[in-house]
Design a protein. Structure first.
Length: 526
């Protein structure tokens, strides 16, 4: 039998293979960029190296400049001058051209030694060229172009809440509306007694709840506080993010209280708002695999995809779940390949962070390790809606990195800050430093957004916030639920399902088709 005679059947088989490949692809309609290599700039220290520095946050202003704040303390020389004092400084710096400005302390509080004062500040840049620093229930602001010149350009603190607040998270939307998520110690409702003997001990009188507020006038007035959590356990490590469509994601850890250290870490919580914070979805609970979860983070790609990432204290893996319908349904949780969580006992206060670029690719930054025998380092991974990239080492150096914070600008630029401990113990010999690095992704570049024109409002009264009691929603975690979740997983390719394995799986069908074609041709020629 000649090749010419077989050629029609070979074309038929090839067409069938191509059709099967198309059907096997993701059902998601939005375009997905390839996992192109990303090169991070050489990391640089932006803090003063004779000071103690940690817990940084970063924001990009309306002309694309990175700004960073962090918690700082006395220099070695100052410690000799003030042996009976500790000094908590809210430090600030900005990248001007290729040079970081000398760090500037923009808020100072003296305390007696042993006070344990820590700033977990949050920094936001609005589209009007203003910076907002949130710390311990206070908000200060400054023009972005003057913020690094002198502390005098920063406003007096605007009190957001009088309660005990450990940390917060903030952002500004394209219209300049400020959105804030923060934890605050709240008196327990004793009428709800299902948790009163939790962990064999009576709970404290107050535990942290998560609250949301927003301001439409640059922080002058605020909406009424909305209790987002409403539980009888502690909440902490909160984050608020917005995708390119304006959908807001509020995420936090539930189960353990930072200030009282009561309870145990249990699960991640996500709530979503599609109307600028007016109303919120019920709580979505991420408890897989063993209800010992922490470092939960989540955000959207602006196209209906929502990614959630977390770790478990009792496992070494880092887990994720993916939604293609704005969080209505979720894939069964899986572990991210080729990366493990850091040892939990190294530090209890680390965090993961996520951001999306203009191409819809999600960028995850973690402190992790490729294997149990390797040290913890800063790694970057990207998720394109179908598979994870290989972990990319951002910085390899001595010490213990922690608390990465990543933001994007101009569509394809990533900016990352973190701090590195020179020793795990926190004492007078500790000199932790703030580091910065940047990268450009394969996503399309976008021009900087125009500065919006302010429109007068009829009243300074904040817009009302709809309050309702959240209803927990579980994602699939049990074997039965996992089986049900197979319908959801059709949009989620496993990392092992690459093209080679898919062709291997189709090879028997290809052979059968060729054999049938040859047999049919032989029968016709008889």
């Amino acid at each position: 039998m000649s090749f010419t005679a077989l050629r029609p059947y070979l074309f038929i088989c090839l067409g069938g293979v191509l059709l099967l490949l198309a059907l096997a692809g993701p059902s998601r309609t939005s375009p997905v960029l390839a996992q192109a290599p990303i090169i991070w700039s050489p990391p640089v220290i932006i803090s003063e190296q004779d000071r103690f520095n940690w817990f940084a946050d970063i924001a990009i202003d309306n002309i694309g400049r990175p700004h960073v704040i962090w918690d700082g303390s006395l220099s070695e020389a100052d410690k000799a001058l003030y042996p009976d004092q500790t000094l908590s400084l809210l430090m600030y710096s900005r990248l001007e051209g290729d040079t970081w400005l000398p760090p500037l302390d923009i808020n100072v509080i003296f305390q007696e030694l042993g006070g344990g004062h820590i700033y977990r500040g949050a920094l936001t840049a609005d589209p009007n060229g203003n910076l907002f620093a949130l710390y311990e229930g206070h908000l200060i602001q400054a023009p972005a172009n003057l913020a690094g010149d002198s502390a005098i350009h920063w406003s007096q603190p605007n009190l957001l809440s009088r309660g005990a607040i450990y940390m917060g998270s903030s952002m500004a939307d394209p219209n300049g509306v400020l959105h804030v998520l923060y934890d605050q110690e709240t008196k327990l409702d004793k009428s709800i007694d299902q948790r009163l003997t939790l962990f064999g001990e009576a709970p404290p009188a107050f535990l942290a709840e998560i609250f949301y507020r927003r301001s439409v006038d640059g922080g002058k007035t605020w909406s009424e506080p909305l209790n987002m959590s409403r539980t009888q356990v502690g909440e902490h490590r909160e984050k608020i993010k917005m995708d390119s469509r304006g959908v807001i994601y509020a995420a936090w850890d539930e189960g353990w209280d930072r200030l009282t250290e009561y309870g145990e870490r249990e699960q991640g919580i996500l709530r979503i708002s599609r109307d600028g914070g007016e109303t919120w979805s019920p709580k979505i609970t991420f408890a897989y695999p063993e209800r010992t979860n922490a470092q939960f983070t989540s955000t959207g790609d602006g196209r209906g995809g929502v990614l959630a990432v977390w770790r478990a204290l009792t496992r070494d893996e880092i887990f994720y779940s993916w939604s293609v319908d704005d969080g209505a349904t979720w894939s069964a949780p899986q572990s991210i390949p080729n990366i493990l969580a850091r040892e939990w006992n190294e530090t209890r206060f680390d965090s993961y962070d996520l951001v999306a670029d203009s191409g819809g690719v999600m960028h995850l930054v973690v402190v992790g390790r490729p294997s149990l025998t390797q040290p913890s380092r800063v790694y970057h991974l990207s998720w394109n809606g179908r598979s994870w990239s290989e972990p990319l080492l951002v910085h390899e150096g001595e010490g213990w990195p922690e608390w990465p914070r990543v933001v994007s600008s101009q569509g394809n630029r990533l900016h990352l800050v973190w701090f590195v401990r020179n020793r795990l113990e926190t004492d007078r010999r500790s000199l932790y430093q703030i580091w910065y690095s940047s990268a450009i992704t394969a996503a399309p570049a976008q021009p900087l957004p125009p500065t919006p024109t302010p429109t007068p409002t009829q009243t300074s009264t904040p817009a009302p916030v709809v309050v309702f009691t959240p209803t927990p929603v579980k994602i699939p975690i049990s074997p039965g639920e996992m089986e049900h979740a197979s319908q959801i997983r059709k949009n989620l390719m496993r990392e092992s399902d690459d093209l080679l394995l898919l062709l291997q799986a189709l090879m028997p069908l290809i052979i059968v088709l060729i054999g049938l074609g040859m047999g049919w041709h032989y029968w016709q020629g008889r």
